[in-house]
Ligand binder design. Sequence first.
Ligand code: LLP
Length: 421
Amino acid sequence: MHHFNYKNGTLFAEGIDLDQLSKKVGTPFYCYSEATLRRHVQVFQRAFGGANMLTAFSVKANSNIAVLKILASEGAGADVVSGGELKRARAAGIASDKIVFSGVGKTAQELTLALQENIHQFNVESEPELNLLNEIAISLGTKAPIAFRVNPDVSAGGHEKIATGVAEVKFGIPWARAREFYAKANAMAGIEVKGVDVHIGSQISDLAPFETAFKKVAVLVTQLREDGCTIDRIDLGGGLGIPYGDSPVNPPHPDEYAKMIRQIADPLNVQLIFEPGRMIVGNAGILVSKVVYVKEGAERQFLIIDSAMNDLIRPALYDAYHNLIPVKEPTTNERQDYDIVGPICETGDRFARDRDMPVLKQDDLVAFMSAGAYGAVQASEYNTRPLIPEVLVNGDQYCIIRPRPDYEDILKRDIIPDWIK
Ligand code: LLP
């Protein structure tokens, strides 16, 4: 459920009229609903009742510090994948003991920073990473709390670019070697073994692959305990999908997900860590854009809008579906098939093909739904298009939580060497 609804013929974000807001902020822009963000994290946490759990929001999905602060105030921690995300999480006031650090390529500098911050857990993904972490921890006179991210070799469907739990990808340690790696880590002076971590992919719309992977994790926990490791937490990653508007995918409710997990995990008596990203922020954000031209092509009608693949890359990169709706509710039933494209000079700059839409005209406003996750964070300045603003709405107030840079801000970052006249 989200708080983007038509009122008297105009799309609102909570109590804010998006037509009016567009006039003040200019298009395109991202708009987030605070009530929706709060609701999603509450629904997720409530699904687990009184379980000993940590919701470590996956910062990669939306890293705006205002968003992180809202989630922190609901008790969430953070799953970070870089030194920069760690800094953001701390800047948002997220306590160190609620931060987990994932990723296959953590550098010495990032590991040092995270050790100095005393984070809750390193999700270690390889033997060389373990060795480096151990060395750095010893040099700092501390011990690094770790879980290995194990690769359960479970296929979770979804787009191949975001499947992470099959054996052929770069993620996690090979399942067959897990006990060997844990034994090694358990004997290291700079390492404290704490848990097991797994993350199998993103936008997963079916409980079965989760269940298969989590059951494997439960077996491994028992074996590791027999081997003499203290395992008091399991990190089950993120990946629960969301409904993307009209798309046929209907992911399970967090209540069903929680029920399945508790059946597997309760007997283990561990802290449950989750790294949800998309399901918290995805449907809490939209991208508002304006029709620049309606172009009659040789074979198709093009709706050329002022946002592009540099602002929202998901359709171009993953063939992702985003529902697009007009900000002014249509007053007729007239419809038209459009190719919805941006101004960037590549054919791939296309949001949708042959999309059946209400008839639109120049200067009409439209909104991409479900754009709160992996939207603004994956934006770039390709074609020297300024990063678009992010606006947060709370009831009838709004705040621009990241402003649009002007051209000067962009140009002044380039440095001309003095040998070029
Ligand atoms: N934990 C780890 C270790 C991850 O790699 C990810 C996402 C998550 C948690 C959060 O997954 P979520 O709950 O959001 O599904 N840019 C792509 C998605 C990439 C996901 C990468 N990893 C997209 O726009 O669909």
